[in-house]
Design a protein around this ligand. Sequence first.
Ligand SMILES: [Zn+2]
Length: 108
Amino acid sequence: MTATKGSRPKGPRPKHVPQRTCVGCRQVLAKRELIRIVRTDTGIQLDRTGKIPGRGAYLHDQRSCWEKAIQRGALARNLKIELTDADRDNLACWITELPPENDSPEPA
Ligand SMILES: [Zn+2]
């Protein structure tokens, strides 16, 4: 066995990647892998740019995570709000925009 010490090229260190937790399944992932939902004065908003100020919660682009987060109250708890009917309508709408899940394996 040979040691591979020093095989890494010299240079700037890799950037620290911010990590966030999906409030649906509690998985920790790079922030860019998740969808941010922000609490604003006019209700919750989908933050596609990551630039909307305010308290945010993060979710996978998976419907099951959204449904879990909404049903279990994790989303509301993370945002420290109660979901209004309008918020729920918005969420239901955003969920339909998510890609369909392919968690059922194709028959071989
Ligand atoms: Zn998730």
